[in-house]
Design a protein around this ligand. Structure first.
Ligand code: SF4
Length: 270
């Protein structure tokens, strides 16, 4: 693993996650190395062109200072998501505690008023049980939602396609612990992978464990297309995946199944 400390130019940026306005990414790159990761396009926007996604992490060492500086000029009155193109709780966070510092700064900030009057929302997306280390801080936010990202409940398949993330069972345990601590939590099925994701099994595993759910279809923009096609060909022996992904009727059926299951299990979709 190629690990570097960097000085970033900014820490709060416009978010590309549908339900949020701004994003904070404490790292560039992600040790979890998911084979379908849409954030792998970040290799092109960093100094890691031609490096394999999952083989490098840049630690934004100055992230806490950048955030403190940002908060001297802005009020927090928007929806911020932590971890839109990285996992803020990937293993290196255990040592660096950058994400923990970010949460501490958000809690202590003089714009605390906006934290209290509900105009500020915070979401965190993760696939790592390390998030539970910060339960003491998470419990102090008023308007917080944790999205645990799950694509499959199959432990063997997960080991292949999300090799260094917490296992699906561990992620389901994160949800139970968050619930026990009265922290709003849901699941992000991002992405739904044809022939791999099974909504029926997922919803059954998640029954009574979550407050909301969100699902997105696989993203094949840019180079991601080649990574995803390789994943299907090399590990699942599926060669015709592109025609499935390009079939509108297939996605209409997927959406209908998702909506029906949300209704059946009484889980709101966002
Ligand atoms: S955990 Fe998220 S950001 Fe990290 S590799 Fe997997 S999908 Fe990408």
């Amino acid at each position: 693993m190629n690990i570097n400390k960097i000085q970033s130019k900014s820490i709060i940026n416009k978010s590309n996650i549908p339900f949020s306005d701004l994003c904070i990414n404490p790292y560039v790159g992600c040790e979890h190395g998911c084979l379908y990761c849409y954030a792998s396009y970040m290799t092109t926007f960093s100094n890691h062109n031609y490096e394999r996604w999952g083989s490098f992490v840049d630690i934004k060492e100055n992230a806490p200072d950048l955030l403190k500086h940002y908060l001297t000029k802005h009020n927090l009155n928007q929806h911020i998501v932590i971890g839109s193109v990285t996992d803020a709780y990937q293993p290196i966070e255990e040592d660096t505690k950058i994400t923990r510092q970010i949460l501490e700064i958000l809690l202590k900030d003089k714009t605390q008023l906006s934290l209290l009057n509900n105009s500020f929302k915070l979401s965190i997306i993760t696939k790592n049980k390390l998030i539970l280390r910060d339960l003491d801080l998470l419990k102090q936010f008023n308007n917080l939602a944790i999205f645990v990202s799950i694509t499959t409940c199959d432990e063997k398949i997960s080991k292949i396609i999300e090799p260094f993330a917490s296992t699906p069972n561990e992620r389901i345990n994160i949800l139970s612990t968050l619930k026990q601590n009265n922290i709003k939590c849901g699941v992000l099925i991002s992405p739904y992978l044809p022939y791999i994701t099974d909504y029926n099994i997922l919803f059954k595993c998640l029954e009574n464990k979550i407050d909301f759910i969100h699902s997105e279809k696989i993203n094949l923009k840019g180079n991601i297309k080649y990574f995803v096609l390789d994943m299907y060909k090399n590990y699942f022996n599926i060669n015709n995946i592109l025609s499935t992904i390009n079939d509108n009727n297939y996605w209409i059926n997927v959406k209908t199944q998702f909506n029906n299951l949300c209704e059946q299990y009484k889980i709101p979709s966002i």
